[in-house]
Design a protein around this ligand. Structure first.
Ligand code: FMN
Length: 236
């Protein structure tokens, strides 16, 4: 708590797990990705603020450093950075994606990380049914191009993307000499988004598989099963 700045302590409440459906058996595990390798990257600094808030709300966090991650398919998936990213993606129950906006879009660095996370690794689906919160930083006035694109990507990765999101305008004005975020409505919005992410993550805990269970896929699985049985009968 002492590490959070610009907070009205009477208004910032710990998550009341008794109001959620599942018991807090262990802290929500959240992976945070950001989309820049600049030395003083505002998307990284915003991500670090988000991680501090998530920890206040009871989550365990990991931040992936994208520096050194190869371009998708430029090497095989045994590359240590790819392995690190995939292990973190499998470990977590929810994610935060924070991209800078460049030329009206998310950065290639952001997209490359997501492209390295496959929909399935054997029986494990590292993103399906997990929660997702979206953030972006802008150099200019507030815009939503990157978060809108990330929202589409979240759907593609079959994630439960929460309604609230954050876009920090003129990010270069929002951090002090200690690389901490100054008080502002942008900071307050990040508090809101992280609070919502933890609530949604607890809400779907234990039910994620049920949420993403699809009729059309059960139908495909049954057809595949019948085909295999038929093949076995012919061979025998
Ligand atoms: C090539 C380039 C294109 C950019 N395009 C946009 C843009 O379309 N919209 C915007 O708000 N900022 C734009 N910016 C500013 C960046 O979003 C801003 O510098 C941001 O802080 C970069 O993220 P980082 O600090 O995490 O590296 C652009 C910056 C560069 C270098």
């Amino acid at each position: 708590m002492s590490d959070l700045q610009h907070i009205d302590a009477d208004l910032l409440k710990p998550i009341d797990t008794s109001k959620l459906f599942k018991r807090l058996e262990h802290p929500p595990k959240i992976l945070l990705l950001y989309g820049s390798v600049r030395e003083r990257s505002f998307s990284r600094l915003a991500t670090e603020e988000a991680a501090r808030l998530l920890e206040f709300f009871g989550a365990e966090t990991r931040i992936f450093n994208p520096s050194g991650l190869p371009l998708p398919d430029d090497c095989d998936a045994n590359h240590p950075k790819v392995q690190e990213l995939r292990e973190l993606a499998s470990w977590c129950e929810g994610m935060v994606w924070c991209s800078p906006e460049r030329h009206g879009a998310m950065t290639g660095i952001m997209k490359a990380q997501i492209d390295w996370i496959p929909l399935s690794i054997g029986a494990v689906r590292p993103t399906q049914g997990k929660t997702l919160a979206l953030m972006q930083v802008c150099g200019g006035s507030q815009s939503f191009n990157a978060v809108n694109q990330l929202r589409v990507l979240g759907r593609w990765m079959r994630m439960l993307t929460i309604p609230n999101q954050s876009s920090v305008a003129k990010a270069w004005l929002e951090f002090d000499e200690n690389d901490r975020m100054k008080p502002s409505s942008y900071y307050d919005r990040i508090v809101d988004v992280m609070e919502e992410l933890v609530k949604f993550t607890l809400l779907i805990r234990g039910s994620a598989d049920y949420f993403v269970d699809r009729y059309s896929e059960r139908k495909e699985d049954l057809a595949e099963f019948k085909k295999r049985i038929a093949q076995r009968t012919v061979t025998n």
